[in-house]
Structure formats: structure tokens, C-alpha cells
Design a binder for this molecule. Structure first.
Ligand code: ADP
Ligand code: MG
Length: 580
């Protein structure tokens, strides 16, 4: 891996700092991972977007007058955790009339942004969200999580941002965002992959003469892998798919020719040339063309084409003044009613307040002398899981390569490393408390879709143990069952969808049998771990219906689900721990 970086773990922070230092007149940091508008206009609807980083200038480059008020960035290609999204909402909610979250359609983003929106709403803020799903390469099916959100998202930032800047109320800004979503379509292609710095290896590989048609912005596989063609033929195929998906006949459109990070301007121009010729042949009028890197995928050699079908309203909103790092339109937006740069930093304190969990209070620590076997068992089990995640980090990440975005092992190891660091501070706390605190750390440090899902599982397990009045095989099994229900409620998956659920269900069934038969706990846990491993194995022939792998449809067959595999390793670690 050759990259212009320092340490992989410093990438995200240094990217944010680099942008903020370069454009102090436009953006400021509210926290390490949250960028806000400097001259923030108040008394309007605030627009917040974000997602995993690695798509720069998305989304921090669209923070500015007439576009976003804040952007929150997760680790490269990994959704920001719920508490970070909530922190971004907190950074802009006060003084404004509402907050609209613009979310790209990935399970991790949708779950984390939705949870943050619900939490903010419970606190009395007017918050709503929209989900962008413009990628026509993915079949639109009610059996999957639906289409991915890609470069068309920036048109949502622009049009909804203009409506918000003009003072439209929240339902109106949401209507505009949804109108853009209904009228925008994108498709991408790649000829060289990209490498997540922390993974060190490309997310996919292509032979010298191969292309991935329909590739996603995290390097997710597309609709087909085929021999290279002249770019005009690629553009024709992409436009065929886009124009076949929505009726563009006689329409005026805005075009985005987006570079994926490693595609030089002259190649994008050749793409633009063909796009314009085809649209002109089809009688489709181009109102505006935007050409450049807008939504990148690290250094991927690829591009996407986006068409936005315009009406008078959208065309006006698109042309309305805006001034952000990566988008300038018309005259600079008047800063009347704006707050000063200094106060844009003010929310930082509020944001940080809710951030990391400080761990146990000294009073709790004093209680550490109390001998609590359940707390000791939970602590040992969490340490064993952390060790297992470290040991299987590369393998889990590799499982996430062909059917995901090559980060599952990295996500899990990062989250459980943080749990391990947190445990000494929890000495003296009881088992349910340790589980609840560890669950919060997992939600906030794992990120992606597995963070909120594993965090929910652990939270529910803590509640079950508390309710049962102690840690027993029965309360452990009940916790798993409640956790499974929580995961299904949160992300809508079911058995057979090729997710972690498929490893959980047989493990729970095995524990139920053991409980009925009165099997000793150590043997019962060993059998449950074995059942989980078999369940994970059994995901191989399945077609994914949830998570990133569902974008592949039939092509997801033949690969083990990474989340099912990690769950099986967790169970094995817990079983081994119970034996010792
Ligand atoms: P991301 O998909 O955001 O990159 P990870 O790679 O860390 O997150 O986790 C992927 C795993 O999450 C999948 O292998 C799958 O087991 C699990 N997962 C994804 N979506 C769902 C869902 N809707 N229900 C249950 N598990 C899911
Ligand atoms: Mg992943």
C-alpha cells in the first residue's frame, strides 16, 4: 500500500484538520469528527449529513451557506456512531427551527442516524431525516435494504440546503429533499480498486483488462465484472440503465460526472463528452453539468454519472447561491442574521460533554474489593471476546471483502479494544452495569452497522441479567433472545437473510435444549458455540437480503457472512472462558 498518509489511525483526524485549516473562513470543528459552518445562519432549518470518511470532499466540503450546516464523519467507510450523529445535531439544533438529516442508504448509516434523530426528538428538537438511494446498479427490491446512496446525495444537499437557507420550514425542506431523491439516478464503474488505510489491502481486485460495472462508493461489487471497453461504451451502458429506470423523456436535467478519486479530469471530460452526445440524441436538455470529484472513494479509478430530472422548483434551488468548500454557486450568500465565527465553535463544549463515558466513579472503584463472581465472569468474558476479535481481525475483514466493504474485523477489534481499556475503570461495578457500559462503548466505537447491532445485543443481555437477578445460563440465554429481538427490531433482518442472526438463532436453540436437559453450563456454552459456528458456516450458500452484501444479490452466494462469523467467535470465546 502506497499512500500519502502518516499513520493509518491518524488519517480521519488529519483529513478533518487539513480541511478546517485550509478553509477557516467557511468551516470550523465542533469536535474531531464534526465540522460546522462558520457563519452559521440561525432561525432556519439546519441540514446535517455525514457518513464514513474517504469520500472527500463529501460531506465536509458541502458545509457552508446554502448547503449543509454540519457534517459528521465516521472512520473511513464506516458510519459514524449514533452518539456522534447526535453530537452533530446538538451542534446545530439550538437557535434553529429544526434539523434535517440527509442519510445515504446503508444499514449502518440508517440505523445510527435514525437512532440519533429519535433521541433528539425525545429531547424536544424538531428533527427528521431522509434516506438517499440513487444507485440504479442495485435492484430496487423490497427483499433487500434497497439501493445505495451515492453521488446524487450532493444534489439533495444543494436543493434542500437552498430551501432551508430561504427559510422554508422543516416539512417543506424535507419535501424538497424527497423530491430530489425521487428524481435523481446514478451509476458508477471502476477499473482499479481502493485500499482502506487501516486494511492495507484493496477492497477488491481487478485484472488488467477488467472493469467493475455498477461499483459502489465503498468499492462494493457492481452488476457485472467484464472485459474493459472504450469509455463511450461504458457510458452508454450506464445511461441505458439510468434512463430505463426513470422517465427522462423531454426532461431538463442536471448532470454530474463524478470522479471516484483516482480519475483525472481529462478522462472525466471524455465521459462528459459522451454523456452530452447521448442525452442530446435522446432529446434530453442539459440545464447544468457538474464535473469533478464530488463523492470519491479514496483513490479508486472510477467515475459515476448522475442525472437529476429538474422542474422549475429544483432548477431554481440548484442555481440558488451557495458557498461551501467544494461548491460555489452565484453570489456569496448574504450573512445577515449570521452568527460570528467564534460562536460557531461554541457548540463544541456541548458536543464534548456527551462524548466519552468517563467510566466508574471513585465510589464504585472503592467497591471493587467486594467479590462479585458475576461481574468477574462478565469482565473475563469481555476480555476473551476482545482477544478473539484481535486474533480474528484480519480473517473477519477478509470475509467482509468480497461481500462488504472490508472493515468488519477492524470495526470489531477497535470496539472491543476500547472495551478492554474501559474495564479497569469499571472495577467494582455489577455485571449488568459492566454490560451496559461496554454496550455503549461498542455502539460508539465499532460504528458501521455491526456497532449498533452488537451494542443492542449487549445492552439487552445486561437488562436480562439484571431482571433475572443474576448471571445464570438461563439469564444468558434470555439475554441472547432479547438481543436477537432488539437486532431484528432495529435493522429489520430475519433468519435466512445471511447476517449475524443466522449464527444467533442456532446458538439460542442449542442453549434452550441444554436448559431443558439440565446440561451443565460449560458443556451448554460449548455446544452453543459449536451451533453458532455451524450457523455461520450455513450462511455460505445463502443470498444476502440485509446489509451491504444484499447489494450483490446472487453474487453474495458462496461467501460466509462476516457478522455471523464474528458472533461465532464471540460465543467460542465465552465458552472457553467458562471452561477455565
Ligand atoms: P458495515 O456493513 O456497516 O460495513 P460491518 O462490516 O462491521 O458493518 O458489519 C457487517 C455485518 O453486520 C454483516 O456481516 C451482518 O452480519 C451484520 N448486519 C448487517 N445488516 C444487518 C441486519 N439488518 N440485521 C442483522 N445483521 C446485520
Ligand atoms: Mg463492513
Amino acid at each position: 500500500m502506497k499512500k500519502f498518509i502518516n499513520k493509518p489511525e491518524d488519517v480521519e483526524r488529519q483529513v478533518v484538520d487539513g480541511y478546517v485549516k485550509a478553509y477557516p473562513d467557511l468551516i470550523a470543528k465542533a469536535a474531531d469528527d464534526i465540522v460546522v459552518r462558520v457563519r452559521r445562519k440561525q432561525g432556519k432549518v439546519a441540514l446535517v449529513s455525514g457518513g464514513g470518511m474517504g469520500h472527500e470532499p463529501a460531506h465536509l466540503g458541502y458545509v457552508g451557506a446554502g448547503m449543509l450546516d454540519a457534517a459528521v464523519g465516521g472512520a473511513i467507510y464506516t458510519s459514524p456512531a449514533e452518539d456522534r450523529v447526535k453530537a452533530a445535531v446538538d451542534a446545530v439544533a439550538l437557535g434553529n427551527t429544526g434539523v434535517l438529516l440527509v442519510v445515504k442508504n446503508y444499514t449502518g448509516d440508517v440505523v445510527n442516524f435514525k437512532m440519533a434523530a429519535e433521541e433528539a426528538a425525545e429531547e424536544g428538537f424538531a428533527v427528521d431525516y431522509v434516506v438517499v438511494d440513487d444507485d440504479v446498479a442495485v435492484e430496487d427490491s423490497s427483499f433487500t435494504v434497497g439501493r445505495r446512496g451515492v453521488a446524487g446525495t450532493i444534489f439533495v444537499h444543494k436543493c434542500a440546503g437552498a430551501a432551508a437557507e430561504a427559510g422554508a420550514p422543516l416539512p417543506e425542506v424535507k419535501r424538497v429533499a424527497e423530491k430530489v431523491i425521487a428524481n435523481v439516478r446514478t451509476m458508477g464503474v471502476a477499473i482499479e480498486p481502493c485500499t482502506v488505510p487501516a486494511a492495507g489491502k484493496p477492497g477488491f481486485t481487478l485484472a488488467d483488462d477488467e472493469m467493475e460495472m455498477g461499483v459502489g462508493i465503498h468499492g462494493e461489487p457492481g452488476v457485472r465484472r467484464a472485459a474493459m471497453e472504450p469509455v463511450d461504451a461504458m457510458v452508454d451502458e450506464m445511461l441505458e440503465k439510468i434512463l430505463g429506470d426513470l422517465d427522462f423523456a423531454g426532461a431538463r436535467v442536471a448532470v454530474m460526472v463524478n470522479g471516484a478519486g483516482g480519475t483525472p479530469p481529462y478522462e472525466l471530460a471524455i465521459v462528459s463528452n459522451r454523456v452530452h452526445d447521448v442525452l442530446s440524441e435522446r432529446g434530453i436538455a442539459v440545464a447544468r453539468t457538474y464535473m469533478g470529484p464530488f463523492m470519491t472513494s479514496l483513490e479508486m479509478r472510477g467515475f459515476s454519472v448522475t442525472l437529476l430530472r429538474l422542474d422549475d422548483e429544483l432548477e431554481k434551488l440548484l442555481a440558488a447561491p451557495a458557498r461551501a468548500v467544494a461548491w460555489t454557486e452565484g453570489e456569496a450568500v448574504a450573512s445577515a442574521g449570521a452568527v460570528s465565527g467564534a460562536s460557531a465553535e461554541a457548540p463544541a463544549a456541548a458536543v464534548e460533554k456527551g462524548a466519552p463515558d468517563a467510566g466508574a466513579k471513585p465510589a464504585d472503584a472503592a467497591a471493587s474489593t467486594v467479590d462479585d463472581p458475576a461481574a468477574a465472569r462478565v469482565t473475563a468474558a469481555l476480555l476473551a471476546v476482545a482477544e478473539a476479535m484481535d486474533a480474528h481481525k484480519d480473517e473477519l475483514t477478509e470475509l467482509d471483502m468480497p461481500i462488504g466493504d472490508s472493515d468488519h474485523g477492524i470495526n470489531m477489534a477497535r470496539g472491543f479494544d476500547a472495551v478492554r481499556e474501559q474495564l479497569p475503570g469499571l472495577a467494582g461495578a455489577d455485571a449488568p452495569t459492566i454490560m451496559r457500559k461496554a454496550a455503549m462503548t461498542v455502539i460508539s466505537k465499532v460504528g458501521g452497522s455491526s456497532g449498533p447491532l452488537y451494542g443492542t445485543l449487549m445492552r439487552k443481555m445486561g437488562v436480562a441479567v439484571k431482571r433475572a437477578g443474576g448471571l445464570t445460563l438461563a439469564s444468558f440465554a434470555q439475554g441472547l433472545r432479547d438481543g436477537l429481538q432488539g437486532i431484528e427490531d432495529l435493522a429489520g433482518g430475519a433468519p435466512g437473510d445471511k447476517t449475524m442472526i443466522d449464527a444467533m438463532v442456532p446458538a439460542i436453540a442449542s442453549l434452550d435444549e441444554a436448559l431443558a436437559a439440565g446440561t451443565p453450563a460449560t458443556a451448554a456454552l460449548a455446544a452453543a458455540a459449536q451451533a453458532a459456528a455451524e450457523g455461520a458456516e450455513a450462511t455460505i450458500p445463502l443470498v444476502a437480503r440485509k446489509g451491504r452484501a444484499s447489494y450483490l444479490g446472487e453474487r453474495s452466494r458462496g461467501h460466509k457472512d462476516p457478522g455471523a462469523a464474528s458472533f461465532a467467535y464471540c460465543m467460542a470465546a465465552i465458552a472457553a472462558c467458562a471452561r477455565s
